[in-house]
Write a protein that binds this ligand. Sequence first.
Ligand code: SF4
Ligand code: SF4
Length: 96
Amino acid sequence: MSLKITKDCINCGACEECCPTGAICEDPELNARVIDPKRCTECVGFYERTMCQVECPVECCLPDPEQRESQAELLAKAKELYPDYEFPSPPPSHIN
Ligand code: SF4
Ligand code: SF4
């Protein structure tokens, strides 16, 4: 299940910094961050916990019931995004 960001977002950017798959970007019209469900793996393949939820200061990163996926599907998504990685894997270098 991908996560989504609610309207409580204060657009601080902490989630974007820690996302291992580059799934989060700013939406200038909303003045908030948004999550691309095609790139969110719930951090499966990289971390034990969903890092945007861990880092968000206002707890507005929540599971999206519209985007239900199994652990296997989430891992498959991670492998599709990063075909050259062995999973589980350290996060891609773009967040370091
Ligand atoms: S759950 Fe993980 S992969 Fe999904 S948006 Fe949050 S940090 Fe990125
Ligand atoms: S960490 Fe939370 S408040 Fe900050 S930009 Fe991300 S979703 Fe919004």
